[in-house]
Design a protein. Structure first.
Length: 183
């Protein structure tokens, strides 16, 4: 999977995407590098999925699009992430460091992207549509270096219900929101 750059997963009914890396007896597991070249992930109509924690294994991901996955609750599960990091003896993984685009739509059970604020050093575009249970974003006042170049699309009623990390975060990001009327 070293050369995999893009992956589309559509109409899957499974509850989980499990990544298992086979290693020889002499080779140490390198599961954290198994998707090192993956830059684009598109997932749609995967109604059984609960989380996408395997995305921790894609450190160079630049584009994430997740649509119409009715049971998806978390992008990265804190419990599953802890298990992966413990397994690999690594506690310093920062997901989505290279992400430029996030598009989330029609995810009625989505409650969390990540449990704490992320730097999102390269993020330029973030769209959230019809994700009404998502109330907190993984942002703080230090997230996104060039906030003046950041564009966020969402529904008017959704943005009014967001729970901000603090007032500084709210003041930093609210001007970036381009509100859209519900479909």
């Amino acid at each position: 999977m070293d050369t995999l750059r893009s992956i589309d997963i559509w109409s899957c009914g499974g509850r989980e995407i499990e990544v298992v890396e086979k290693t020889s007896l002499n080779k140490s597991p390198t599961i954290l590098q198994c998707f090192s070249n993956l830059v684009e992930v598109r997932i749609g109509t995967c109604d059984g999925l609960k989380d996408l924690t395997w995305l921790l294994l894609a450190p160079n991901l630049t584009s994430l699009c997740v649509l119409q996955s009715k049971q998806l609750e978390e992008i990265i599960s804190k419990d599953k992430a802890a298990s992966i990091l413990e397994e690999t003896r690594n506690d310093t993984v920062v997901p989505f460091n290279n992400l430029k685009i996030i598009f989330l739509a029609d995810l009625p059970e989505l409650k969390s992207i990540f449990w704490s604020a992320l730097p999102f050093e390269r993020l330029k575009y973030f769209s959230v549509m019809e994700c009404l249970k998502l109330r907190k974003l993984p942002l703080d006042s230090k997230s996104i270096l060039k906030v003046e170049e950041f564009d966020f699309h969402c529904e008017e009623e959704w943005i009014q219900g967001i729970e901000w990390e603090d007032e500084a975060t709210r003041n930093r990001f609210l001007p970036s929101f381009n509100r859209r009327a519900p479909h």
